[in-house]
Write a protein that binds this ligand. Structure first.
Ligand SMILES: NC(=O)c1ccc[n+]([C@@H]2O[C@H](COP(=O)([O-])OP(=O)(O)OC[C@H]3O[C@@H](n4cnc5c(N)ncnc54)[C@H](O)[C@@H]3O)[C@@H](O)[C@H]2O)c1
Length: 386
């Protein structure tokens, strides 16, 4: 097989973006063979391209006309459609989050485990950004020494009331299962776990509908601890403008800061703890080197990840973002909200069943009257680079 025939399910904001670069041939060896949308009008442009079109995702999945699906529907369907596609023998690329909550993610992962010969990947495109790859190699290479503290102020996810009204499912417990953590900064939670591993415990403080007419969290401060005892904070908001995106990691060999498209490493000439143990004076610190680490921005994050998905399916190449690792960001998003609602520290791994029960309670008690309206022109691509 020289090309992977892909069926794209969901033609909303991100679905149309996927369709565009796939049709432009920007992800080599990916052939957009079919599209599926529940709204027939969204299929119109694709008739002319001679693609197979469908309004029924399960019919497409079982059609035999595709080798793989790219699932770009609202979150809850990621689990049901993902399982159906795996059961039908297809490779699966699922949009983030891989599921709306941890218990659903466990169901999806169980299905993937039953079909180990099929590729199961998650659309975590920040992993292809060179700045995060460089951070990863600094950490893994021991350049920062022992990690002591992580601080990510991640409040440049500003969203308007119109954004929230643009989909009936958005920012509701029933339609989405969470807010800024599960949707916007889920990418950053994925990067956090990818770079540093999963925390052992979290304590979250969330405000729900603080800045918008929504019922889920739109303002978050979370504290977490890593297995080595390093402490961390993660702060996010969709109500702050201009907002900040400052990612700072401090280790015994120095501190790295990613902010304003610059990666700066302030490198201790000697390990700070070694210095502390051996210095004969009380207030001095190791000398430092100030290093600016250059990087390019990825040209088309989503296309690169899809190309990797095709290489994995066709040639057995290693995946950049295995679907199984999508559990991490879902779990962090759920645990921070659960911690906030229950006023307790959550030890990880958390119980998926416990959060699912709490989520069902939130759905049952929801009183929000959701407003929806169509959005005509918008610069959706502006939401990508973080
Ligand atoms: N990776 C990224 O950069 C990125 C960016 C935006 C959104 N997303 C994710 O993509 C998903 C969709 O987000 P969006 O902003 O495009 O939402 P959206 O509301 O704009 O689009 C979702 C589309 O899915 C369609 N749909 C729903 N159920 C369907 C079904 N069973 N079969 C076919 N179509 C169906 C809807 O009609 C709608 O057109 C979400 O899970 C979101 O988190 C990822």
């Amino acid at each position: 097989m020289s090309k992977l025939r892909i069926g794209l399910i969901g033609l909303g904001n991100i679905g149309r973006h996927h369709a565009t670069y796939l049709l432009e041939g920007k992800a080599s060896r990916c052939e957009l063979a079919a599209v599926c949308a529940t709204t027939p009008a969204k299929l119109e442009p694709y008739y002319q391209r001679k693609l197979r079109v469908s309004t029924d995702a399960l019919e497409l999945v079982r059609s035999g006309a595709i080798d793989a699906v790219l699932i770009a529907t609202p979150h809850y369907d990621h689990t049901t459609l993902g399982i159906a596609a795996l059961e039908a023998g297809l490779h699966v690329m699922v949009e983030k989050p891989i599921s709306a909550h941890k218990a659903d993610a466990e169901r999806l992962l169980e299905a993937a485990a039953r079909h180990p010969e099929q590729i199961f990947a998650g659309m975590f495109q920040l992993r292809v950004e060179p700045r995060y790859a460089k951070l990863r190699s600094l950490i893994d290479g021991g350049e920062l020494g022992q990690i002591q503290r992580v601080t990510w102020i991640n409040t440049d996810w500003f969203r308007t009331e119109t954004y929230y009204a643009s989909g009936g499912w958005r920012a509701t417990w029933k339609g989405e299962g969470g807010g800024v953590l599960l949707n916007q900064c889920l990418h950053n939670l994925d990067v956090l776990a990818w770079l540093l591993g999963m925390p052992t415990r979290v304590r979250g403080f969330c405000q729900f509908g603080r800045w918008h007419n929504i019922e889920v969290e739109d303002q978050v401060t979370a504290y977490f601890e890593l297995p080595n005892g390093a402490t961390g904070t993660f702060i996010s908001s969709t109500g702050e403008a201009p907002g900040t995106n400052r990612f700072e990691i401090a280790g015994t060999r120095g501190r790295v800061v990613l902010e304003n498209n610059r990666l700066t490493f302030t490198r201790n000439e000697s390990d700070a703890l070694e210095w502390s143990r051996t210095a004969q004076v009380g207030f001095s610190k190791p000398d430092v080197w100030n290093i600016e680490i250059p990087f390019e921005n990825a040209a088309n994050q989503h296309a690169t990840l899809m190309q990797n998905f095709a290489s994995a399916a066709l040639d057995g190449a290693p995946l950049i973002a295995p679907g199984q690792e999508g559990m991490n960001s879902v779990e962090l998003a759920n645990a921070i909200v659960l911690s906030s609602l229950e006023g307790e520290t959550i030890e990880l791994p958390m119980s998926g069943a416990r959060w699912e029960a709490k989520l069902q309670e939130l759905i049952a008690n929801s009183t929000l009257k959701k407003e929806t309206r169509a959005v005509t022109a918008d610069d959706f691509a502006a939401s990508f680079r973080r």
